[in-house]
Write a protein that binds this ligand. Structure first.
Ligand code: ATP
Ligand code: MG
Ligand code: MG
Length: 561
């Protein structure tokens, strides 16, 4: 069934049919290039491009560039780059500004029909009259006067805000967007595409429906807050007898403990809460990329939340995103070990054992996917979080006894299992040690190796990760936590009041095994065993001369380390 037909005059519809190259479904993704794309746009992207793909249709990437002072070429480039990164292929890349001449001609038509007028009220006065459903004193200007003033606007004879063109609809309309909305205004800021060619610019509402119509869009999808603008969308196209697409609203994506709107992202950037649009704590596409998130994970997430059209503006738990990221990374990220806060571990009887190397599977569940051979020596590094100077409340023997009594293998998650004087613990893939002494001041643990048998390793209460000191390479590791302490920062008048002061943890003296640098040619993300998924930061500037890893996602639901 062709939804478009019932909306349109026969003539407009036939023209549309002729011009649409036989495509049944034509969508568009219409970002304004006033910022970088974020996770909300990923939903919009997928809703449009993927719908077109599934239905055998096409989708335009159309830049909605009608606010020259906010828009930049840099944003334009980045948006295209992001769209391609998702694997979507725009049928064509267009700009609202491509149609400035046609849009201008439509404005002239409306003026000639007596459906638009030049208004000299200030923005405040206009807002007040619209609010009170009162007419502008300029409403009944003659067509000739309106044409002349519009021409003068175009010629640059007016200052900004001195005059604007408004549509003449119904100043008492119950829908406030219909109360003689602004159609054109004067702006002298050069436009990123058209430079100084124009000094009058059409408003979003006037532009959007016209471009949709010119491009023969069959389904114009937008977020629910535009529902109120639908009357105006159709009024404009009706008044000009142009073909009308089907407008369809879907719910706007909100994700817990974060913000998505570009305006709010800019607030965070301008106040230096984050380092820029690609700071990995943000949910911009570039930030997610930099964190090591793949488009597959984002698409899976969007598909999970995309089911409901009319869901109220609910907030999607960021845990769902994390879950999708983990699912995606699980089978493509080799297991490796990294130490964020090093403590030296000396094995005093290392030479009594004849183990100089261990084989570590890249994917323990799939040994056929390869091994790494790690050299071992008498000095290793372990992580401070696994080390205590004194015995914890519960000794290992007691834990063992408890487990036997309960006949289970489950250890209470608050119980500390690790290195302390007298403890026995297994070093992953290597052997079981008995701890002799711990000196946290000097960051040294002394221990005795008691077995290198796999069976014994498995039977030990816990296994910890390590790095061979002689093969350790220093690096920086950044762990990102929630940027906001509350699920819905949008409820705050000032979102800065809800910022989590501990959103970034930096480990400047972290270590990885040197073979990781080689491995990172082949693999983009790694699981640092027991720590999380990590990726090499691609955005290091050359002067930094450092290796940096960003945490992509924690291994379990987000808790601060
Ligand atoms: P922002 O408030 O972030 O500036 P916007 O709606 O002004 O968002 P546009 O660049 O105009 O951003 O958006 C392009 C498309 O993406 C529009 O169709 C818009 O409805 C959609 N979109 C933007 N944010 C979201 C979101 N959070 N969830 C779903 N779709 C979104
Ligand atoms: Mg917009
Ligand atoms: Mg916007």
């Amino acid at each position: 069934r062709d939804l478009c037909y019932e909306n349109n005059s026969k003539q407009a519809y036939e023209k549309h049919l002729k011009e649409r190259n036989g495509y049944q479904y034509i969508f568009r993704f219409p970002p304004e290039p006033n910022g970088y794309l974020h996770l909300g746009h990923a939903k919009a992207l997928r809703t449009n491009f993927y719908s077109a793909e599934k239905l055998g249709g096409i989708c335009y990437l159309r830049y909605d560039d009608t606010n020259p002072e906010k828009e930049k070429l840099d944003y334009i480039e980045s948006i295209k780059d992001n769209v391609l990164w998702f694997g979507f292929k725009p049928y064509n890349i267009t700009y609202s500004s491509d149609y400035f001449q046609e849009i201008y001609e439509c404005a002239i038509k409306l003026i000639n029909k007596g459906l638009a007028y030049a208004c000299e009220l200030s923005q405040e006065q206009m807002a007040e009259l619209r609010q009170n459903k009162q007419a502008s004193p300029y409403r009944n200007r003659s067509i000739e006067d309106n044409l002349r003033i519009f021409e003068d606007m175009k010629q640059g004879k007016y200052k900004e805000n001195e005059v604007c063109m408004r549509m003449k609809i119904d100043y008492q309309h119950p829908n406030p967007t219909m109360r003689d909305p602004v159609m054109y205004r004067v702006k002298y800021h050069p436009h990123p595409k058209t430079g100084k060619k124009w000094c009058i610019y059409p408003m979003y509402d006037f532009t959007h429906c016209l471009c949709d119509s010119f491009e023969n869009i069959t389904h114009s999808l937008c977020t629910l807050e535009f529902e109120i603008r639908r009357d105006l969308y159709y009024w404009i196209l009706d008044s000009l007898d142009l073909y009308k697409p089907v407008v369809w609203e879907y719910s706007r994506l909100n994700v817990s403990n974060s913000v998505l709107s570009k305006r709010k992202l800019l607030t965070l950037i301008n106040n230096k809460v984050v380092d820029g649009w690609d700071d990995p704590r943000l949910l911009t596409i570039n930030a997610l990329r930099r964190r090591g998130v793949r488009p597959e994970a984002i698409s899976a997430f969007v598909d999970l939340v995309n089911v409901a059209r009319r869901g109220n503006e609910n907030i999607i738990d960021q845990k769902l995103l994390d879950y999708c990221i983990r699912q995606d990374l699980e089978n493509i990220s080799p297991r490796t070990m990294a130490i964020l806060e090093p403590i030296k571990l000396k094995i005093i009887n290392f030479d009594d054992f004849n183990v100089k190397q261990v084989k570590v599977p890249l994917f323990p569940k799939e040994p056929n996917r390869g091994f790494r051979e790690l050299n071992i020596s008498s000095e290793l590094l372990v992580d401070a979080s696994d080390v205590r100077e004194s015995e914890p409340n519960k000794k290992q023997e007691e834990i063992q006894q408890d487990l036997q009594k309960k006949n289970s293998k489950k250890i209470d998650k608050n119980t500390f299992i690790g290195i302390y004087p007298g403890s026995q613990i297994s070093l992953k893939y290597f052997g079981v040690i008995e701890v002799l002494s711990v000196n946290l001041q000097d960051k040294i643990v002394k221990c005795k190796l008691i077995s290198t048998e796999e069976k014994d390793r498995r039977e030990a209460l816990g296994q910890i990760h390590w790095i061979n000191l002689s093969e350790a390479v220093q690096c920086q590791v950044k762990v990102y936590n929630d940027l906001f302490t509350v699920a819905d920062p949008n409820q705050f008048d000032n979102i800065l009041d809800a910022v989590n002061p501990n959103s970034l943890e930096e480990y400047n003296n972290a270590y990885i095994n040197k073979d990781l640098i080689q491995l990172s040619q082949q693999y983009k993300t790694f699981q640092f065993e027991r720590v999380g998924y990590f990726t090499l930061d691609q955005y290091l500037d050359a002067s930094e001369n450092k290796i940096r890893f960003n945490r992509t996602v924690s291994l379990k639901d987000r808790v601060n380390r």
